[in-house]
Design a binder for this molecule. Structure first.
Ligand code: R5P
Length: 292
């Protein structure tokens, strides 16, 4: 008898297939048809057999569509199993985990309620923006870090004593862990973001320790690229050598990738939580390990 069935949502088919292979699980594809008015129809390619079901679907753009697809797949999966685990490699809306400005909706809390209501028994996410977001899930919720997998990639590049840099204080622990695994040092920049316009600026003072060094900027996600671009421009002024970027989720909206390269970044390395040009690090192993 099989233990697991993995169902891949449209946003995460490749990762879901890899996960199924690692778990020796049955794999069910979903087909998505989007009607001219934007409504989605989802069809399971086959009927799940008796087993624990794992639904894999990232919530990247189109965020609301991928979210509703995810909830719909979970709801259908519940007809076949009482145990449906949601693997959300990239959890959208996780940055809205507080009422930063008066009147804002804490959207991640709304999403957490939806996952419970639809019957997900457990949720697994990868490098959620902050642990605060996970607290709203009133079902078993686990965050898995992709840092170890990103570090494995950077070890292969054999950079000479690179310095790990967090673009802001919120990413300090991530950079610290990255540096520990890479057996090198880290520093943290000071970043300010205007909560109304979203614009960022680096307010660190001069940094002697970056002079002549290859740097690895480590962040959980790249959205517009603003944080990475500002950090790179600042670091280049400080006369560093090459700047590499390591992040878990590369959303790279609009022409962010081109703008980041133009600012002087040598390479962007991200994971397959979001498929794309830079997603060269596979996270299926670390997800499989938490499920086995
Ligand atoms: C913010 O705190 C996050 O860790 C990222 O630095 C941020 O979301 C990246 O967004 P953007 O690429 O638009 O600057």
């Amino acid at each position: 008898m099989i233990k697991f069935t993995v169902i891949g949502g449209n946003a995460s088919q490749d990762l879901a297939k890899r996960l199924a292979k690692k778990l020796k699980a049955a794999y069910i594809r979903t087909e998505l048809k989007t009607f001219p008015d934007g409504e989605n129809k989802i069809t399971f390619s086959s009927k799940p057999k008796k087993s624990k079901i794992i639904v894999v679907q990232s919530i990247y753009p189109p965020v609301d569509s991928n979210l509703i697809q995810c909830l719909s797949i979970i709801s259908k999966a519940k007809q076949f199993s009482s145990n449906v685990i949601a693997v959300i490699p990239y959890m959208g809306y996780a940055r809205q985990d507080k009422e930063f400005l008066l009147g804002e909706v804490v959207t991640i809390q709304v999403i957490a309620k939806l996952f419970k209501a639809i019957g997900a028994t457990k949720i697994i996410v990868i490098d959620i923006h902050s642990p605060t977001g996970l607290k709203y899930f009133k079902i078993s919720a686990k965050n898995v870090s992709a840092v170890s997998e990103l570090v494995k990639y950077f070890k292969k590049l054999k950079l000479r004593k690179p310095l790990v840099v967090s673009p802001d204080s919120g990413g300090k622990n991530r950079a610290k862990e990255f540096a520990r695994l890479l057996k090198t040092n880290y520093i943290t920049l000071k970043k300010q973001r205007n909560r109304k316009t979203g614009k960022v600026r680096i307010v660190s003072s001069n940094l002697k320790e970056v002079i002549g060094k290859d740097l690895i900027l480590v962040d959980d996600m790249i959205n517009t690229g603003g944080s990475i671009i500002k950090a790179t421009e600042f670091l280049k002024k400080q006369k560093c050598q090459r700047v590499f970027v390591a992040c878990t989720h590369a959303l790279l909206v609009g022409n962010a990738e081109r703008k980041i390269k133009k600012s002087g970044v040598s390479q962007i390395v991200s994971t397959n939580t979001i498929p794309g040009n830079t997603s060269i690090v596979d996270v299926s192993n670390i997800v499989a390990n938490t499920l086995m």
